[in-house]
Design a protein around this ligand. Structure first.
Ligand code: SF4
Length: 352
């Protein structure tokens, strides 16, 4: 088997410099390539200050564009959804959410997901593949490129300021791809995004959370969705392996400096987890000094039997939590009209 070819989105400056040396090219060519790459330009032909023979060699010896954009959708609220294909033909989705003064890319870490959370469209797809760090970073670069082209066309003027790992897949079930992509996001020769602007979400893979917390001081979000084991076993089946007691202990021990907090995500399902007793169980699970609750609107998808709680009920539930001393907010749902909202992603090829 031939060794895996390097992917340009994940390649570090030093590696590229030694590659240039071995190709008898001056080392500054590596810097030029990295500058193009970090702007989102991955096609060697578009790297205008490179000589044509170097552009050709790059294309042959390095996997410059591991993702192919197959579809792009624009929501009425400005959210963009991108469908990409891998060279294997597998498909994945990425979302860009513009807000006043910030732009967030929501990346996928896997194609499909093995965890099968009851309220999630991706879970119905099953697991297909872990994404490499190059394929994760390529999603962000493709969004950057698209935004630049759009602003050149005189439409909006958004930029990528934040990255969340909340797309398809359980990030901590793909430690290699996610850890390496975070190294690249945080690195100076990488995308240089501040650790405070990156959030990784997990459904509660306790041992992987411990390893993650020791390594990356980025924001952590935990998909809680129920604060009693019986209900969480149903909604988030990984709870059967790592029940709330184990999750609680892991969260208590999680390294966190004083200015930071952990977000507990709670999708609100009508009559399922939005009753008074659910609120009380949630309030007693949360450690207010370290954690805050983010209530999420349930976004329906074909075949689901759940219904979301009403907006009024979500607001009342948040107010009830606040009265109990918990910091709670209701997250605005974005991109629902293009199936880009939380829990709605599923490879377009399998949309039914
Ligand atoms: S919510 Fe996340 S972990 Fe659960 S099935 Fe969906 S993608 Fe996987």
């Amino acid at each position: 088997m031939s060794p895996p070819i390097d992917q340009l989105p994940a390649i570090r400056l030093k590696e590229l410099q030694s590659r240039m040396l071995s190709w008898k090219q001056p080392a500054y060519r590596a810097k030029q390539i990295i500058e193009w790459r970090n702007k989102g330009v991955l096609d060697p032909q578009a790297m205008r200050n490179l000589p044509t023979p170097l552009q050709d060699r790059l294309r042959v010896e390095i996997d410059c564009q591991p993702l192919t954009l197959t579809k792009r959708m624009l929501s009425a609220d400005g959210t963009r959804k991108y469908v990409f294909s891998l060279c294997s033909g597998k498909m994945l989705e990425t979302v860009f959410i513009p807000e006043a003064g910030r732009g967030t890319v929501c990346v996928s870490s896997q194609v499909g997901c093995v965890l099968d959370c009851a309220f999630c469209h991706t879970g119905t797809q099953g697991f297909e593949a872990n994404l490499t760090s190059g394929e994760i970073i390529a999603q962000i670069l493709a969004v950057k490129q698209d935004l630049r082209e759009s602003s050149g066309n005189g439409s909006d003027n958004c930029v990528v300021t934040h990255v969340v790992y909340m797309g398809m897949g359980e990030p901590l079930a793909n430690e290699q791809g996610v850890h390496n992509s975070l190294d690249m996001l945080l690195a100076r020769d990488g995308l240089g995004i501040s650790q405070r602007r990156i959030t990784v979400s997990t459904s509660g893979l306790v041992p992987a959370m411990q390893r993650f917390g020791e390594k990356f001081p980025v924001n952590l979000a935990v998909s809680l969705h129920a604060a009693n084991n019986r209900l969480r076993d149903e909604l988030v089946p990984i709870n059967r392996k790592y029940p709330l007691e184990a999750l609680r202990k892991c969260l208590d021990d999680y390294p966190l400096d004083r200015q930071r907090h952990i977000t507990l995500e709670y999708v609100m399902l009508d009559g399922v987890n939005d009753r008074d007793e659910d609120m009380e169980a949630l309030a007693s699970f949360v450690r207010p000094a370290r954690e805050r609750v983010n209530l999420i609107h349930f976004n329906p998808f074909p075949g689901t039997h759940f219904q979301g709680s009403s907006k009024e009920h979500m607001d009342a539930f948040a107010a009830g939590l606040i009265q109990l001393g918990i910091r709670a907010t209701v997250r605005k749902s974005r991109g629902q009209d293009i199936m880009a909202a939380c829990g709605q992603l599923k490879a377009e090829t399998q949309a039914a």
